[in-house]
Ligand binder design. Structure first.
Ligand code: SAM
Length: 280
């Protein structure tokens, strides 16, 4: 396990993933009934963009660095930026929140957060950062947690974020299988997952697999910053959601288009927010 998210914190993919996650939480909060959020690959919780790892890559400068000072943005993008700004009250961007910190700051008293992380350094940082009552932090394999912790006791209402490091060659297949199996065991759950966009064919196979599995109300949100033929290592960021809350696609289309306007590095970089048909 070599992956350290600190090298990538706040990059364009984090901006896309985190804005989408906050939009999803916001949609869940339209109802008063409590829900649970399980983050299977939680990371360290907060990141210092002036720290050694983030400085080495500088990736955040083409991500949150391009957005932080923006004053005009769609409301979902504003909600995301406000959370980052709250951590940097002097107006100088330095601290960037990971998915656990964003979720902890957004969930209500009646909701429950479960975080899984395996890497000891990230786990110990996470425990320092997230002290919100009602949050459970597990040193646990996130893939295994899907089977062990779901369905949750709030059986009808819950969200899962699966955000693996994609170190293994078969991670996309594993993700598709995990989404299908989790949906089978917990049909009401809202399942969200992140994937990297490099070569197109494996991504298309992954999405076809989800469609053929008949996963309901499937949303695909993709934000690329380069043209598909540049051959750069990470061209784009993708999110899929299953059991997508009503009208989330419309809100995300506006916010993702705004992100694309600010983050793309070439005019030919594609983006989309779509709800493709799935097998009946
Ligand atoms: N979700 C985080 C965020 O948005 O801020 C970033 C997560 S990062 C992409 C992936 C994390 O998964 C890393 O911190 C890594 O240590 C952890 N990890 C790797 N394999 C894992 C596993 N099998 N179970 C749980 N965590 C794992």
């Amino acid at each position: 396990m070599n992956y350290r998210h600190a090298f990538h914190a706040g990059n364009f993919a984090d901006a896309h993933k985190h804005l989408t996650l906050l939009a999803l939480i916001d949609a869940m909060k339209r109802k008063d009934a409590p829900f649970v959020l399980l983050d299977t690959h939680a990371g360290a919780g907060l990141y210092d963009l002036f720290g050694g790892e983030a400085r080495r890559t500088g990736e955040w400068q083409d991500g949150i660095g391009r957005l932080f000072a923006e004053t005009r943005a769609p409301s979902l993008a504003r909600a995301y930026l406000n959370q980052v700004r709250a951590l940097n009250p002097d107006g100088r961007l330095r601290i960037y929140p990971g998915s656990p910190a964003l979720a902890a700051a957004t969930l209500r008293a009646q909701d429950r957060l479960i975080l899984c992380e395996l890497e000891p350094g990230a786990l110990s940082a996470l425990k320092q950062v997230i002290k919100t009552p009602g949050t459970a932090i597990h040193r646990r394999d996130g893939w295994e947690a899907l089977g062990a912790l779901l369905p949750p006791r709030e059986a009808k209402r819950g969200v899962v974020l699966i955000d693996p490091p994609f170190e293994a060659a078969n991670e996309l297949d594993r993700l598709a299988d995990a989404l299908a199996a989790t949906h089978k065991r917990w049909p009401q759950g809202v399942l969200a997952a992140w994937y990297p966009i490099k070569d197109r064919p494996p991504i298309d196979r992954f999405l076809r697999k989800l469609q053929q599995a008949g996963l309901p109300d499937l949303l695909v949100s993709e934000l690329c910053i380069h043209s598909p033929i540049t051959g750069v290592r990470l061209n784009g960021s993708g999110m899929v959601i299953i059991n997508t809350p009503w009208k989330l696609d419309e809100d995300l289309r506006e916010a993702t288009g705004w992100l694309h306007d600010h983050l793309r590095q070439t005019a030919e970089a594609p983006w989309r927010v779509e709800m493709p048909d799935t097998a009946p």
